[in-house]
Write a protein that binds this ligand. Structure first.
Ligand code: ADP
Ligand code: MG
Length: 158
């Protein structure tokens, strides 16, 4: 487990960018935390780190947005509005077994449909400490994601 506290949206994006080089096809990254905690901001950095040029927008109303043109495709999902159990209709399985990186906001809504290995990042605000402060907690599940988190930790020490 790794905890990093940042003080600006730019620093949250920088963490997303740092994660990108180690990502592989079929990776699943879960972003959890309240509305406005910084999940989409982090994804913008991750997309930039994959070399995706398009501006990443919140997929809240579309549920899934796909971004091509980077080192790997990015499948950015926000499953907040997904009806219970309708992950099947969405074809989540196909995305998880595809050739891209899966980033999922509000993954608690599809807890039953997640693969066994993933990286969960929990975003927390602390308004008492400052309105731009966020603490990100990285919880890797599986050896590949443990290695990824060690890399982020090494980068953030520099
Ligand atoms: P979420 O996807 O979790 O709902 P967003 O990334 O869409 O959150 O929004 C986060 C909002 O908080 C943005 O308006 C952003 O500018 C602001 N913000 C302030 N400080 C930070 C920070 N350190 N990290 C991320 N976002 C921040
Ligand atoms: Mg969002």
């Amino acid at each position: 487990m790794l905890e990093i506290t940042v003080t600006s949206p730019e620093k949250t994006m920088a963490l997303g960018r740092q994660l990108a080089p180690g990502l592989q096809p079929r990776d699943v990254i879960l972003l959890d935390g309240d509305l406005g905690a910084g999940k989409t901001t982090f994804t913008k950095g991750l997309a930039a780190g994959l070399g995706i040029q398009r501006n990443v927008k919140s997929p809240t109303f579309t549920i899934i947005r796909e971004y091509q043109g980077g080192r790997l495709p990015l499948y950015h999902m926000d499953v907040y509005r997904l009806e219970d159990g309708s992950g099947d209709e969405l074809g989540l399985e196909e995305y998880f077994n595809g050739d891209g990186v899966n980033v999922i906001e509000w993954s608690q809504f599809i807890a039953d449909e997640l693969p066994s290995e993933y990286l969960r990042i929990i975003f927390k605000r602390d308004d008492a400490a400052g309105e731009n402060q966020r603490t990100l907690t990285f919880e890797p599940h599986g050896a590949h994601f443990e290695a990824l988190v060690r890399q982020v930790e090494a980068d953030s020490d520099e």
